[in-house]
Design a protein around this ligand. Structure first.
Ligand code: F6R
Length: 364
């Protein structure tokens, strides 16, 4: 049932405020100020490092989580693609927790990577949407994301729910390790509780994003740029666009621009810049100017303050509401998804069942 939407993907994009609220309620019950984990949880004072492993969109959720775990909890984090990890057979030092992220819980490479870690890591954790799945069953601790059934092949609500659960896990780690003060924790908790409303406000940009997508749908190639927490999201935005619109899209950390990809910039190259007005904003603006100086067409996704500062030379501007810095990847996932969705609809592709793709990759 598409609940009045044209595609499952549109429905799943639209229901994110509701499912995120659900995910947050499970880990931050109303009236409580600390993160609660199911079962025996995990004690992060006994862990010195984390290894995060996944495929595709779930891998980008892991890349984002690296920033959170390192910044908030000061835990060194390694992130790897499951198909690389499993055959590289990396050494797993003592006091390592291995964490696997999978919507389906059945992805063959991720499951194999988990099995490799079984008698090597101190604890096996998973972040899954299907609690009865193989990955959940074979973990010491499975953390459900509460996204509900996801039908669209391109992951949307599972991604933002994965991010929310990973952020809450990072907050738990930060608290266990005494790396975060009460005040900072409460700032995160109240920002998380307010997130569903902010997401609803972002969804109101749907029509503006649809308009912008009509222009994007004429492109042959699109570049996505982001810094810090926006870098993994740039990767996710590019993946989403190529998956369903079949437009070639690539993502780079903004600082890498002059190390190669700037050679691609001309007046046919749309460049989507994901840049909330945070500590790194000025750096992103200078990268944007480098693109515009070479006639690249910048589509800037930022908040009101950021858009004002960037000036009116940008090709297209997409306005997001203000959000706590740590939560920006969860919020900015929405315009990335809407952009891919409307571009694909404009091109007339099969949005829910893109060619050559399967929802669950149970063979390698
Ligand atoms: C992209 C997408 C895929 C999956 C990947 C992992 O939109 O959906 O990249 O994220 O195949 O799948 P799971 O999370 O089920 O392990």
């Amino acid at each position: 049932d598409k609940a009045g939407h044209k595609h499952f993907m549109a429905k799943e994009i639209a229901e994110q405020p509701t499912v995120i609220a659900e995910a947050i309620r499970h880990y931050l019950p109303v009236g409580e100020d600390a993160v609660h984990l199911p079962g025996d949880g995990i004690d992060f004072t006994k862990i010195d490092r984390l290894t995060l492993v996944a495929c595709g969109t779930a891998f980008y959720a892991c890349l984002t989580a690296k920033y959170w775990f390192e910044k908030l909890a000061r835990i060194p984090v390694e992130v790897d693609i499951a198909s690389e990890f499993r055959y590289r057979e990396p050494p797993i030092p003592g006091r390592t927790a291995a964490l696997f992220v999978s919507q389906s819980g059945e992805t063959a490479d991720t499951l194999a990577a988990l099995r490799y870690c079984k008698d090597k890591a101190d604890q096996i954790l998973s972040v899954v949407n299907v609690p009865e799945s193989s990955i959940a069953r074979e973990s010491d601790l499975a953390l459900p994301i509460h996204a509900g059934v996801e039908i669209g092949v391109a992951s949307t609500k599972a991604f933002t729910c994965q991010l929310s659960v990973l952020l809450m896990l990072a907050l738990k780690a930060a608290t266990d390790r005494g790396e975060i003060g009460e005040e900072e924790l409460q700032a995160h908790v109240s920002a998380l509780r307010g997130l569903p409303n902010v997401m609803s406000a972002a969804l109101e940009q749907n029509e503006a994003i649809r308009q912008a997508s009509l222009k994007l749908s004429e492109a042959r190639d699109v570049l996505f740029l982001g810094r810090g927490l926006m870098f993994p999201l740039a990767l996710e935005g590019a993946l989403k666009l190529k998956e369903i619109s079949y437009i070639h899209a690539e993502a780079y950390a903004s600082g890498e621009l002059k190390h190669g990809p700037i050679a691609l910039i001309d007046n046919n190259m749309p460049v989507v810049v994901l840049a909330p007005r945070d500590d790194l904003f000025d750096k992103s603006v200078s990268n944007m100017q480098e693109v515009m100086a070479r006639k690249g067409k910048v589509m800037l996704v930022s908040d009101a303050e950021g858009l004002a500062e960037a000036g009116d030379e940008v090709w297209q501007a997409i306005r997001m509401p203000q959000v706590h810095d740590s939560l920006s990847p969860i919020l900015y996932a929405l315009p990335a998804q809407m952009l891919a969705y409307h571009t694909a609809v404009a091109k007339g592709t099969d949005v829910d069942q893109p060619r050559n793709l399967a929802k669950s990759v149970t063979v390698e």
